[in-house]
Design a protein around this ligand. Structure first.
Ligand code: BGC
Ligand code: BGC
Length: 856
């Protein structure tokens, strides 16, 4: 194989040291550590020397520091706390902004002015203007400090109709082109400014180690090298350069996120637990911060994930000692979407722990902002949060606002680019995006040099992704999940089919679109566009990497064309490397297009030559992620020694290069992967990530966030069985009372467990007789539940016992195991006191289960 690596990017001194670090990482036992209650720093285990002090491009400025001190000296406690509260546009009114003067606010993914998906740039600017005016209106709160608006422009200004959507980061990683990344960032900044917005929650600088993670596509690479370089480029593009146009009128504030370790959680679980040792945390997961903070990024978003069991939002060592004190970050740390509420002992409404740990701004969408504001004020009054800590947080916020010129700039409606609708989706920006699409395409296979195609040919375009701008754009596209859109929601955009049509109609060729492959005129070649449906965050988490497991409709389409003797070119839309050996075998040429965004024309640019058979554009893309050779090869990464990928990091054919894959790759799905799956711990001393526990009553559902929770119907309390607090007791206090539920907001794919004949097991101790039905429930969504009465199978005994139920019983009833939201819930119809521990799903235990189910 002939790999042409970009010399500038390869094998620098750092990557060699990472080689060593990478090896040591594989020695880390891959066991879930039980989350510790301790959220403070543990000095004995920490090695601050690992972290360098960064040479940050933006230096402190005497005048700004003086202005901050003057402002701070005049602020009341309530005004200060308001600076630390960031509500969401769906949960506040202008009056709230006038009354409290929040330091900032956001619109979440898929949140628009007036709730209108088709809001115009002028509507966005109008909201920005009104919020700004309300914030500087001192009639109620006495404050004139301007607020600022943050948005997730993560691949272009993706919440705005008509915006240029660039390829998602995984595609940009394949371009290996930091200069192009800076151009994309500049274009994004301009489109954001046209809507009156000040601040972007990007770039995501996760180094993604396990491709099952639903946010894999938000990462540039599995290797820190590109992440570090790109982070610096994008920050310079968004904010401008330190000594020239820094935060000038064409720039926005940027955020490096999510600090830290989001890409390295066990099993690729979104919001999960990263157990890397500290050197690895720096070498692998911190490099995006090294790049981005050095370039002057002004904000850092704390991550939902834990490090060694402790939520980063409450981790003083990481947020304060490492990030601020040691690395020298002097901007502010913003939380993620109610992330503070996940710290043990906190709720969305109250969390002194987070601010004490070093969080400066609470991202608090939902109505929780009001109690949080009030509680935080009370906590500073009582000394639970020191005044010095609050002052430090506000100092940091004001520093960023002053650096961004917010006090001196005109109001949003009067800024240079505001309301300029020609900027949104401008031809110049689309040209940059189209170039990025071209450069991101990775050619995996080109049997007998089928590509490039002649534009004079008779071309069939097939596949569900062919004329589908929503699918080619992925998550974070107009809506949060990227679902529910049609091509009309992307005015000015081009589907892959439309791009092909333009290229071919230009020559004397012929194109037919038939998504199901049923052509009317026999083609010379078929281009089939298919791949993942859009998703965002935990909704995209997988349990292995097999494409279309159990439902290979795209493979059937490829095969039907091949069986008719038609050469097949596959264009694969995906947010991550997936196991596609059968699809590769059924394709003559195979191109990974990732999630290219709105400029689908970039695909045809590379697929077709000129009419005179001259190349227009060669393939440039190289994998920035290793490509798996089996569904379970989920966390193979560059420099891994013991395992080989199907195609390694850096792979990507050019025209004329010999294609090596052949048509006979193993199609063995490795059902032993089902064999090899291990028990799934749901409750093991505590609820295991990603699951959470809640008490659900007729009134409401309350997440269990500490060792005790009680309402009129149910009482929860942790108890000691083998060790401290490794079990819990539930009392049903009234008849037909509520449910104890283990759940996750994002549906999990547990099919491998039903395929492996698993049983759901738990240990119990009856503290009272059981004389009414006790319903065990496994739920995939509200409409998809199945209950089994356990009463007849449980006895009161003086010891703990195990009860085991065949999972198939639930599958037979209604539960769809591809999307499980609740793997375990109990509801008693009568009064009952029951202790529980060790809730798990155990493979190959179905035939020995206490409650069996007939198998078909
Ligand atoms: C928001 C997203 C956010 C998500 C978090 C959605 O409702 O629109 O921006 O990331 O919730 O759960
Ligand atoms: C995501 C962040 C995002 C935030 C605001 C969260 O759910 O994790 O990446 O910036 O929502 O939408």
């Amino acid at each position: 194989m002939n790999f042409k690596f970009n010399q500038a990017l390869m094998f620098t001194a750092t990557s060699l040291s990472l080689l060593i670090a990478g090896c040591s990482q594989s020695n880390v036992a891959n066991t879930a550590s039980s989350p510790s209650k301790e959220t403070k720093s543990k000095p004995s285990e920490n090695s601050i020397e690992i972290w360098p002090t960064l040479d940050i491009a933006v230096k402190p400025d005497e005048k700004i520091e003086q202005r901050i001190a003057d402002l701070l000296g005049k602020m009341t406690l309530a005004q200060k706390v308001a600076q630390t509260i960031q509500p969401e546009i769906r949960d506040i009114t202008l009056e709230d902004m006038r009354t409290y003067g929040f330091g900032s606010y956001l619109n979440g993914g898929g949140a628009f002015p007036n709730g209108d998906k088709h809001a115009l740039p002028s509507d966005w600017v109008a909201l920005a203007e009104k919020m700004y005016q309300a914030s500087i209106d001192d009639s109620i709160d006495g404050s004139t400090i301007p607020t600022m608006w943050g948005t997730d422009a993560v691949h272009g200004h993706n919440n705005v109709i008509g915006a240029t959507l660039f390829p998602h980061n995984i595609g940009l990683g394949a371009t290996h082109n930091p200069a192009l990344i800076e151009d994309i960032a500049k274009a994004t900044a301009e489109e954001v400014l046209a809507t009156g917005i000040d601040w972007i929650f990007a770039p995501t600088v996760a180094t993604v180690r396990d491709d099952r993670w639903g946010r894999t596509y938000e990462g540039y690479s599995e290797d820190p090298e590109i992440v570090r370089l790109y982070s610096a480029s994008i920050v310079k593009g968004l904010q401008g350069r330190a000594n020239s146009n820094f935060l000038g009128e064409r720039q926005v504030i940027s955020t490096v996120k999510h600090f830290i370790g989001d890409g390295g959680t066990i099993g690729g679980d979104d919001q999960g637990n990263n157990i890397a040792d500290e050197q690895t945390l720096f070498d692998i997961h911190a490099q995006g911060y090294v790049g981005g903070l050095t370039a002057g990024a002004q904000t850092v978003m704390a991550s939902f994930n834990s490090w060694k069991g402790d939520k980063v939002h409450g981790n003083q060592y990481l947020l304060t000692s490492v990030l601020k004190e040691r690395m020298g970050f002097d901007g502010f740390v913003v939380g993620d979407w109610n992330g503070h509420g996940q710290i043990p002992g906190c709720s969305n409404e109250s969390c002194p722990q987070a601010m004490n740990a070093g969080l400066d701004v609470f991202m608090v969408p939902t109505g929780a902002w009001k109690p949080l504001l009030e509680n935080t004020i009370a906590q500073v009054k009582s000394g639970e949060i020191s005044e010095a800590r609050l002052d430090d947080a506000v100092t940091r916020i004001l520093r960023v606002k002053l650096r961004a010129g917010l006090f001196d700039k005109p109001a949003p409606a009067k800024r240079v680019l505001s309301g300029d609708k020609d900027i949104i989706g401008s031809p110049e920006h689309r040209a940059v995006a189209r170039q990025a699409v071209r450069e991101s395409l990775v050619l995996l296979k080109n049997h007998q040099q089928l590509l490039p195609l002649s534009p004079n040919a008779n071309v069939l375009v097939a596949g569900g992704g062919a004329d589908n701008i929503g699918q080619q754009s992925g998550g974070w596209s107009i809506t949060w999940q990227g679902t529910g859109n049609t091509n009309q929601d992307f005015p000015g955009g081009t589907s892959i089919y439309q791009g092909i049509k333009q290229a071919v109609s230009h020559a004397k060729g012929h194109v037919e679109l038939a998504t199901d492959g049923k052509f009317t005129q026999r083609p010379d070649v078929a281009i089939v566009v298919f791949g993942e449906q859009p998703y965002a965050e935990g909704n995209g988490d997988l349990d292995n990497l097999e494409y279309q497991r159990g439902n290979k409709t795209d493979l059937a389409l490829l095969k039907s064309l091949k069986d008719q003797g038609i050469p097949v070119v596959s264009i694969f839309l995906t947010g991550r490397p997936l196991w596609v050996n059968p699809e590769l075998n059924a394709s003559d040429a195979f191109v990974v297009a990732w999630l290219p965004g709105t400029e689908g024309g970039g695909v045809a640019d590379v697929l077709f030559s000129t009419e005179n058979a001259e190349l227009k554009h060669d393939f440039k893309g190289k994998l920035s992620f290793s490509w798996p050779k089996s569904p379970t090869q989920t966390n193979i990464n560059r420099f891994d020694k013991n395992d080989t990928a199907l195609l390694p990091y850096g792979f990507g054919l050019k025209y004329g290069e010999k294609s090596t894959l052949g048509n006979a790759l193993s199609e063995e799905t490795n059902r032993d992967s089902a064999q090899a799956i291990s028990s799934l711990a749901i409750y093991d001393r505590s609820v295991q990530a990603p699951w959470k526990m809640a008490l659900v009553t007729t009134q409401k559902s309350k997440t269990v966030a500490s060792s005790m929770l009680e309402n009129a119907e149910l009482k929860f309390r942790t108890i000691d069985r083998r060790v401290q607090e490794d079990a819990f007791k539930i009392d049903w206090l009234s008849e037909n009372a509520g449910q104890m539920r283990i759940y996750h907001d994002f549906l999990q794919d547990l099919r491998s467990y039903t395929e492996a004949n698993s049983a759901i097991q738990f240990d119990y101790f009856l503290n009272s007789p059981i004389d009414a039905p006790l319903w065990l429930q496994v739920n995939c969504a509200e409409t998809c539940t199945s209950d089994i009465d356990l009463r007849a199978h449980m006895q009161q005994q003086p010891t703990w016992q195990t009860l085991s139920v065949d999972l198939a019983c639930f599958a037979q009833n209604a539960t769809d195991f591809s999307k499980v939201g609740i793997p375990f819930a109990l509801r008693s119809q009568g009064l009952l006191s029951l202790s529980l521990s060790d809730i798990r799903i155990v493979p190959h235990a179905a035939n020995k289960a206490d409650i069996g189910c007939p198998t078909e």
